[in-house]
Ligand binder design. Sequence first.
Ligand SMILES: NC(=O)c1ccc[n+]([C@@H]2O[C@H](COP(=O)([O-])OP(=O)(O)OC[C@H]3O[C@@H](n4cnc5c(N)ncnc54)[C@H](O)[C@@H]3O)[C@@H](O)[C@H]2O)c1
Length: 319
Amino acid sequence: MSKNEKPEQVAVVGLGLLGRGIAACLLGRGLHVVGVETGADQLAKARAEIQTMMDELVDLGGADAGLRDEWHGRYTGTTDFAALRESVFIVESVTEDAAVKNQVMDAIESVAGEQVVIASNTSAIPISLLQRGRKHPGRFVGMHWASPAHATRFMEIIRGEQTTDEAVAATAEMARRLGKDPCPCQRDMPGFIVNRIAYAMYREALNLLESGMADAETIDAAVRNGLGLWASLCGPLRWIDISGGPELYAKAMSRVLPTLSKADAVPAPLQELADANARGTINGRGFYSYTDEEARRWEDLYRLHAWRIVRMQNENAAT
Ligand SMILES: NC(=O)c1ccc[n+]([C@@H]2O[C@H](COP(=O)([O-])OP(=O)(O)OC[C@H]3O[C@@H](n4cnc5c(N)ncnc54)[C@H](O)[C@@H]3O)[C@@H](O)[C@H]2O)c1
């Protein structure tokens, strides 16, 4: 960067669970970041959590030790949307509520440059809905991250009805700069790619549980040792190729598919727990019960496992 050149600034609006990780990911790649939140407490919490993630990038992600302190000079936390004015790319990661997101989009649009891509990290709100009635709808795009966002390679890029090719390309380029493996989704369907596939699996797992085929622990062990073995090496389609081939799977599928659940209502074992306010590791009640210590242990195990898988995926990047 020459003396007169402005540093490249990216904005993250909403610094909750995902937004903090997104900010840490951007900072870890050397970008200047403006983080927007609703108040001083949220900003302070986000700064502390970003620090933990920067330490993790050094300790587990192989980043230079200087990153531990140096990032403060490239980060601004604020409640003022005017700070986004100079941003070259904006990621929205606020609460999953269409009304909140629309309000935030209004505020972003009122300050952002016309060409700046506005990427929403929504899990399920259609991008086509968020871009409707906007001044420059073509620059709105879905950018679906996975937690912990500073570590994972996952990234779905969703094209809404009015999203331009340029916005999709710019988002994919940003994703690659951040060490992600961008997966463009050509249609704005609920759940995009990976959650659609995952929900089909959750439904069948719940079907097996409800039918008495096996208990939760058994189902989890089978999936972990079976699908879990290959799913971070290759996807289901390559797995078909390397484990028997389409011809074999076509025969097997014709027998198995008619027996799978096609339920379109929430399966009873999940609904009953939901009705009893089971929030998993958040309140210790789910398919299993958790003490606080056990809940933290699972969170830590997941985080460390995510780093191990990312390191392995990076080694296998050529595959
Ligand atoms: N949690 C996940 O695993 C996950 C994964 C992928 C995508 N997402 C999506 O990411 C988004 C954020 O999810 P999260 O889990 O981080 O939620 P969260 O509740 O942890 O964080 C949302 C944050 O947005 C802030 N916020 C709300 N209104 C705001 C405003 N007007 N201006 C600035 N900040 C505002 C809140 O204060 C909060 O800190 C959602 O759209 C969610 O669907 C979540």
